[in-house]
Design a protein around this ligand. Structure first.
Ligand code: KIV
Length: 278
């Protein structure tokens, strides 16, 4: 059973100290599997730029792509609370532009909340979206849309100055009306302090044990990519090995004429096969 049915359940989870589970999802097949699970919430993350499209960052992802994938996930997981990422440059130009893009993603995609990356500078955007009845999840720490500004994908908020900036940002985003805060690649002591300080839940990825919830990329937690092994990741399955084994068995059975068998074939028309190879 999912704990989160609507946006108010984020605050309820925090009050009741119930951890929130979140996974990303991008396609119908996985969405159907997530729908049948106990996972609380689903994020249509712009990480689809990396995971689905094979880009080396989330920067090329567009509003139209986020809408397309949100529609797909919504069809597969209709009962889950769906959050969609606002992609790079869709909320950076002006409040008016942000409202238009956010409105399109919600109306056309069918999600129930939007996520955006960034601190103090984006508090006015959060405020405007919330005023327009769009629930917002904020995102601090490693914010992948800023990879070029940050100089890579590394732990954020280390040291006195950086940690106090992150705490200030977190407070401002909460005050602006954010319903939850994703903390990515943050030292766990800092994530714990932010979690204690806020009345909204924190959802960690690479942010340690003290957050109010956790999020992982679905392909990562299922072990779809043998080469991706960051410290924060736990693989709950080894689908890369399972899939590779299945593909090679199929290949071998086709080549050895073991597949298809009679039970996989249709019959019923009068055939006259001259070059029967079996
Ligand atoms: O895009 C994404 O998938 C995310 C999560 C990793 C938090 O932002």
């Amino acid at each position: 059973m999912s704990f989160v049915k609507n946006i108010n359940d984020f605050a309820r989870a925090k009050r009741e100290k119930t951890p929130i589970s979140m996974v990303t999802c991008y396609d119908y097949g996985f969405a159907r599997l997530v729908e049948k699970s106990n996972i609380d919430t689903v994020l249509v993350g712009d990480s689809l730029g990396n995971v689905v499209a094979g880009f080396d960052s989330t920067i090329p992802v567009t509003v139209d792509q986020m809408i397309y994938h949100t529609q797909i996930v919504k069809r597969g997981a209709p009962s889950k609370f769906l959050i969609t990422d606002l992609p790079f440059m869709s909320y950076h130009v002006s409040i008016e532009d942000s409202l238009k893009n956010a409105g399109r993603i919600m109306k056309e995609g069918g999600c129930s909340a939007l996520k955006l990356e960034g601190g103090e500078d984006f508090a006015p955007v959060v405020e405007a979206l919330v005023r327009a009845s769009i629930p917002v999840v904020a995102h601090l720490g490693l914010t992948p849309q800023s990879v070029h500004k940050l100089g890579g994908y590394s732990v954020q908020g280390r040291g006195e100055e950086k940690s106090s900036i992150m705490k200030k940002d977190a407070r401002m985003l909460q005050d602006a009306g954010a319903s939850a805060l994703v903390l990515e690649m943050v030292p766990e002591e800092l994530a714990g302090e932010i979690t204690e300080m806020l009345s909204i839940p924190t959802i960690g990825i690479g942010a340690g044990r003290y957050c109010d919830g956790q999020v992982l990329v679905i392909n990562d937690l299922l072990g779809m990519n043998e080469e991706f092994n960051p410290k924060f990741l736990k693989k709950y399955a080894d689908l890369a090995t399972v899939i590779n084994g299945a593909l090679n068995q199929y290949d071998s059975e086709v080549k050895n004429r073991k597949f298809p068998e009679e039970r996989n074939a249709f019959s019923g028309t009068a055939g006259n096969i001259k070059n029967k190879v079996y």
